[in-house]
Design a binder for this molecule. Structure first.
Ligand SMILES: Cc1ncc(COP(=O)(O)O)c(C=O)c1O
Length: 442
């Protein structure tokens, strides 16, 4: 019997195959101190990314006036959601002990999703390298000088390609076009029409596929290989994307301090992150672990039809297994999470860092979307609701984790952060259709 056939007999894999919701605790999690010694990336790498984003802040503020108030920082609010907390507690008959907050990456400027963090960072890094090499820029300059005809004409000699389910394409497309690059976004079948239309309106070359995300990425990679002036943003294994996402943790630490929220041995932090290929939630988990070590507990959330990271970690096969190989169709309304095979880079980095992972049925994404809108007036896209049941599931199905880590008695001091990953750019009509759908599901 081969390894895959053996795994198909595993009780948890059987549940995944039946698209049942599951909650999995990672048996490979290590203490931070021991894990960090073996990792290929370090705190200095994230600091370097943070400094690069700081250098670009004057440029960002100039070309995206929406970021002006934040002085060119691409950042989102961290907000309390007390009415949603009440609504969840009543519906699931389960008290949520501790503070419940939403990190609103749904409202990140420029491209309205978590993918703005890594995607924009990687393009900026590439642009900086080119401009430095060709004497258009020094690191001491005010980077707003990149907003000039000369620089745009220069970048027009280069192209950028990316494969995406939608939101990474939006972020890469918007920033690349703004800088003056020729940019092609290879969109999987899951990508929403409005995202393609928006990109085309910004002169981005959008290529559509009838196949899933892996195919779109493959085509993007192929295009780049044939053209020496083309730079490929590789969502499946890019270290730069990962580091761009990780910077979010440094920013979050400041936001927590501003709100006088303590994270330490007796004040645990739980973070619930929607996961597609893994780059965004993985980068943020890495950053948070660097800062809060064993006092932060990160959980990923995936759709029942696309539990690629969970499957890769559970089996230890990482990117060598896809959800299709256990008979799943990788079809989900959570378009941002419609990924059948996890990132090679991220799944390996997460093995000693991630606390666990759970899956959620598509219907629940819509009911949660409506509940959050009703309770808090916040509208997120379906993918972005995947982590919302994390605090409920943790107590109902992850009690063992709380006991094993001496957390049960500290839960009154706990902070739970639901990472809301996208939604603010969804056209109103589309959002109202999601909302109405949430009201029809029993
Ligand atoms: C809204 C949203 N949430 C979460 C994710 C997950 O990010 P990643 O694919 O890097 O795991 C995505 C990815 O596109 C997304 O669009």
């Amino acid at each position: 019997m081969n390894e895959l056939e053996q795994w198909r007999k595993d009780p948890l894999v059987i549940k995944l195959m039946a698209t049942e919701e599951v909650f999995w605790l990672n048996p490979h999690i290590d203490s931070f101190k021991s894990a960090v010694r073996k990792l290929s990336l370090h705190e200095d790498d994230v600091k370097d990314a943070e400094k690069r984003l700081d250098r670009f802040a004057p440029y960002i503020a100039k070309v995206f006036p929406g970021t002006n108030q934040a002085h060119g920082m691409i950042e989102s609010p961290l907000v309390q959601i007390p009415s949603m907390k009440q609504s969840l507690e009543q519906k699931y008959l389960q008290p949520i002990t501790g503070n419940l907050l939403l990190k609103c990456d749904s409202h990140l400027p420029i491209s309205g999703s978590i993918k703005a963090r890594g995607g924009i960072y990687e393009v900026l890094k590439h642009a900086e390298q080119l401009a430095l090499q060709h004497g258009l820029l020094t690191v001491q300059d005010d980077y707003s000088i990149l907003d000039s005809e000369t620089c745009r004409d220069f970048f027009a000699n280069y192209s950028i390609a990316v494969g995406s389910t939608g939101n990474l394409g939006l972020s890469i497309g918007i920033i690349s076009a703004k800088l003056g690059f020729n940019v092609s976004v290879h969109m999987s079948a899951d990508a929403k029409q409005w995202k393609k239309d928006l990109l085309r309106s910004k002169n981005v070359n959008v290529i559509e596929y009838e196949d899933d995300y892996s195919q779109a990425v493959e085509e993007g990679r192929r295009e780049a290989e044939q053209d020496p002036t083309c730079y490929f943003v590789d969502d499946e294994q890019s270290q730069d994307l990962f580091l761009g996402y990780a910077v979010a943790a440094f920013r979050l630490k400041k936001q927590l301090a501003e709100q006088k929220i303590t994270v330490d041995e007796s004040h645990p932090l739980f973070v619930y992150l929607p996961c597609g290929v893994g780059g965004a939630p993985g980068g943020i988990t890495f950053g948070l672990k660097l800062l809060f070590e064993d006092h932060v507990h990160c959980f990923f959330a995936e759709p029942t039809h696309s539990p690629s990271m969970l499957l890769g970690l559970l089996t230890g096969l990482h990117e060598r297994i896809s959800v299709q190989e256990i008979g799943l169709d990788n079809r989900t309304e959570a378009d941002g999470l419609a990924v059948g095979r996890p990132s090679r880079l991220v799944s390996r980095l997460m093995k000693p860092l991630l606390s666990g992972s759970f899956t959620i049925d598509d219907d629940k994404l819509f009911t949660l979307l409506k509940e959050l809108a009703d309770a808090e007036g916040l509208f997120l896209e379906p993918s972005a609701l995947a982590g919302m049941l994390g605090p409920i599931k943790l107590v109902q199905e992850g009690n063992h984790y709380l006991k094993a880590n001496n957390l049960a008695e500290k839960m009154n001091n706990a902070t739970h952060i639901i990472w809301g990953t996208g939604g603010s750019m969804v056209p109103e009509e589309e959002m109202m259709a999601y909302y109405r759908r949430g009201g029809t599901i029993k």
